[in-house]
Write a protein that binds this ligand. Structure first.
Ligand code: MD6
Ligand code: FE
Length: 214
């Protein structure tokens, strides 16, 4: 019998055409994912990057995979090396890749081949202003976003910055898959509220898997 009141994870919540939240999709493996994040950060620490406009980002970032996204005085770009350290990014763990591919598939996107994984770390007050993800070459490939640790409010808008936004809470273990007709929607994260999460302490982490180059 269909029981509408049992909380059987994961469950999916459509956001818009081409965008879906897979609620608690990685909750049971979140500890192991965090251990991998810590290993990556021990090789390539989180930095608060400086935007071309000279602003220090409130979100600290690192990457793994063949390419990493970052920003510096030259602009926003994907590159094979960290411009701070000059070193290649740590490889994308197989565990990360297969998870991202599986989530994309569950959302209806076959043939996702991520070559970059951006890892964001939010502290209380950290936010990400409304933006589009448009530094990738092929907008036919979706983005898979994994939330770990403290909850945050995700803003999900339209195709112009000024359009109204939906607000949804993203919690530990939630995955958002994002592509097709929604691929270029504006989105952002409101300032993180202070709290303590049993696995991540005072932080929220977000992994976004992307295909940067064709
Ligand atoms: C975050 N995420 O959740 C920031 N971009 O911390 C993003 O900017 C994002 O979640 C594209 C697709 C999904 C996302
Ligand atoms: Fe984004």
């Amino acid at each position: 019998m269909l029981d509408l009141f049992s909380e059987e994870a994961p469950w999916s919540e459509p956001l818009a055409e081409g965008a879906v939240i897979l609620r608690r999709r990685v909750r049971d493996e979140a500890d192991e994912l965090m251990t991998l994040v810590e290993a990556i950060a021990s090789q390539n620490p989180f930095y608060h990057r400086i935007t071309p406009g000279g602003h220090r980002m409130s979100v600290a970032m690192t990457n793994c995979g063949d390419f990493g996204w970052s920003t510096d005085a030259r602009g926003y770009q994907y590159s094979g090396r960290d411009s701070v350290t000059g070193r290649r990014w740590p490889p994308m763990p197989d565990r990360f890749r297969s998870l991202a591919v599986a989530c994309a598939q569950e959302a209806g996107f076959t043939g996702f081949h991520p070559d970059a994984c951006l890892i964001n770390r939010y502290e209380p007050g950290a936010k990400l202003s409304l933006h589009q993800d448009k530094d990738e070459e092929d907008f036919n490939q979706p983005i898979v976003s994994v939330s770990l640790g403290l909850p945050a409010v995700f803003q999900f808008g339209g195709f112009e910055r000024g359009e109204a936004t939906q607000r949804v809470l993203l919690e530990h273990g939630d995955v958002v898959v994002w592509g097709g007709p929604s691929r270029l929607r504006y989105h952002g994260i409101l300032p993180l509220k202070p709290g303590i999460h049993p696995r991540t302490g005072g932080f929220r982490f977000n992994l976004t898997f992307r295909r940067a180059f064709r």
